[in-house]
Design a binder for this molecule. Structure first.
Ligand code: PEP
Ligand code: MG
Length: 595
């Protein structure tokens, strides 16, 4: 994804920037730049540390008061569940161990409160920022937000939260607190330089129904207050100072999208059944508990991937068995009567681990099931937590980063031990709980026939499968243009995996990003995929496409695509198909602004 501005000389000074669509919808309005000047912290020696401590306490109290207000606004507007995001931040502000350390340091070193607060918070933020994982980055953002709030209150500066008119707010980084606080105004949309679709601020924007585009890198450089702006939250695009023609086109498209959205959401509960009677399952990928209320309205047939590693970061340590069991129970109850696929901790790689081992090639290192097999007690605790949750509804377990069938056999042995230990304690669980494996390493794909003998399902992780097949680091922007899910090698590997699973009589799912890409839906259906798992917001679109497709024709199309030898050719054929059969979906989710 590039945020290189595209100037259109024929249409005046219009600038198009591309980022990530974080909350659907189109907004057209005037820019209001929310300035977040970098707070400059000077190191000073103070004469009276006691007075400094008093000043700090006042700033903490004021910050707590502000955040408490935001928490209550969130509770009123979007409900108790989602407002919980702010409880985590309130906990940061009331952490006695942390602040005792800060106060002790002020007294001992006689340094100013700003300096000590800033350095102590930064230590925590630094480690989290190093990760490319969205959840860790977001946790870093929450801690930074608390730090900035205290620093602002130490400077006794006012918080800007009220403004006139109906603007689109443009800022460097939108925090969850910004998303809620600013929504008390008639704001039309949010635009930010940083952030991803799964950040808390993006989730809150979706819940508040405010369109948002994030991760634009340099949006704030190109806009000033009062500029006309178009925000397309479906495709992650903004247009600054649009021409007359662009404005007209987007005004029409806005109407069109709103109609389509209402239509798709009203049909979301319908099953994903093709016109000739093949039923597939459309499930949700979940990272945060705040996403659970989205399941039902978006018609999810369960949770196809519950990523558990975010729990570690949310609680700053590995939650114990009972804490995990309680969280899993909430997911199971939200998805009921459908199943939840819990993936065991996928830590390592770009996903930080508390032990923080520095590895030269973390993606090729101690990650996922490898790490968990070396920490059998950790894995057994997690198994026991999932088994406990299975007493409340249907659960499945899935292993990430599997390279060989031996790993599956060993993990299954540990699962059997976990069951035995619960039996001994008389704890109830679902004895028929299914186990599956993620196919995301080429060796596992090639061995999928053998692996299928030991499990009840496979789930293809295209994010890692693409990375490892093409030797393209999924987090390295230098090679981002080479990360190509539609590469014939990736497609042939997917087809081989589906066939291997089917030959063994088990179902094959996909939970990588490709499963949520409408361009790929008919092809994956035609390859025989049984289950699609994607972000909730995409599920109604996937269902619509599948419900309007003939399975036999999809199979024929897939066969043709598998014979093609370039990604461009494949994508062109799929785009032509989507445009011909689902014009409105094509124009809202795939096509470029200038098409
Ligand atoms: C994948 O690799 O496709 C996947 C779904 O797992 P993650 O993105 O969490 O690595
Ligand atoms: Mg993966």
């Amino acid at each position: 994804m590039s945020s290189e501005p595209v100037a259109h000389p024929d249409v005046g000074g219009e600038i198009v920037l591309r980022g990530v669509g974080a909350s659907p919808g189109i907004a057209i309005g005037k820019v209001l730049v929310l300035k977040k000047d970098g707070i400059v912290v000077e190191e000073k020696t103070v004469d009276d540390p006691a007075a400094e401590l008093e000043r700090l306490q006042k700033a903490i109290d004021r910050s707590t008061y502000e955040l408490d207000k935001i928490y209550h606004t969130a509770r009123e507007k979007i409900g108790e569940d989602k407002a919980r995001i702010f409880e985590a931040q309130l906990l940061i502000l009331s952490d006695p161990v942390f602040f005792d350390g800060v106060k002790h340091k002020i007294t001992r070193t006689k340094k100013n409160a700003e300096y000590v607060v800033s350095t102590e918070f930064s230590k925590q933020v630094e480690q989290l920022r190093r990760s490319d994982n969205e959840v860790f980055k977001q946790r870093a953002m929450e801690i930074e937000d608390s730090r900035n709030r205290i620093l602002r209150n130490l400077a006794e500066a006012k918080l800007r939260s009220r403004f006139e008119g109906t603007p689109i707010v443009v800022t460097t980084e939108l925090t969850p607190a910004d998303a809620v606080l600013l929504s008390r105004n008639a704001v039309l949309g949010y635009v930010s330089d940083f952030g991803g679709a799964r950040s808390h601020a993006s989730i809150l924007s979706r819940s508040l129904g405010i369109p948002a585009v994030v991760g634009l890198k340099e949006a704030t450089k190109h806009v000033k207050d009062g500029d006309e702006l178009i925000l397309d939250g479906y495709r992650g695009v903004i247009v600054i100072n649009p021409s007359e023609g662009t404005l007209r086109r987007f005004t029409d498209r806005k109407k069109w999208c709103e109609q389509l959205d209402t239509e798709l959401m009203s049909e979301a509960a319908e099953p994903a059944l093709t016109t000739d009677g093949r039923r597939v399952s459309i499930e949700a990928n979940i990272e945060l508990l705040e996403e659970l209320p989205l399941l039902k309205p978006h018609g999810a047939d369960g949770i196809g991937l519950f990523r558990t590693e975010p729990l570690i970061i949310d609680s700053d340590s590995i939650p114990d068995e009972m804490e995990q069991a309680e969280i899993f129970r909430q997911a199971v109850e939200a998805a009921s009567p459908n199943a939840v696929v819990f993936r065991t901790f996928d830590i390592g790689g770009d996903k930080l681990f508390v032990e923080d081992h520095a590895e030269p090639n973390p993606f090729l290192g101690w990650r996922g099931i490898r790490m968990m097999l070396d920490r059998p007690e950790l894995l057994k605790d997690q198994f026991r937590a999932i088994l406990r949750a299975s007493a409340f509804g249907k659960c499945k377990i899935m292993y990430p980063m599997v390279a060989t069938d031996e790993e599956v056999i060993r993990a299954n042995e540990l699962l059997a031990e976990a069951k035995k230990s619960l039996d001994a304690e008389g704890v109830k669980y679902d004895g028929k709980l299914e186990v599956g494996v993620m196919i995301e390493i080429p060796s596992a794909a090639l061995m999928s026939k053998e692996i299928s003998k030991h499990v009840a399902f496979l789930s293809i992780g295209t994010n890692d499968l693409t990375q490892y097949l093409l030797a393209v680091d999924r987090t390295n922007e230098l090679v981002a243009n080479m990360f190509e899910e539609f590469h014939p090698a990736v497609l042939r590997t997917i087809k081989f995996t589906i066939d291997s699973g089917h030959d063994a009589g088990i179902k094959v799912a996909m939970c990588g990003e490709m499963a949520g890409n409408p361009l790929a839906t008919v092809m994956l259906l035609g390859m025989g995929l049984d289950e699609f798992s994607a972000v909730s917001s995409m599920l109604p679109v996937l269902k619509k496409i599948i419900r309007s497709t003939n399975y036999k024709s999809a199979r024929k199309l897939a066969r043709q695509l598998l014979k093609m030898d370039s990604a461009d050719e494949i994508k062109k054929a799929l785009a032509d198909h989507l445009k011909a059969h689902f014009e409105r979906i094509y124009f809202t989710t795939i096509s470029d602004t200038d098409s």
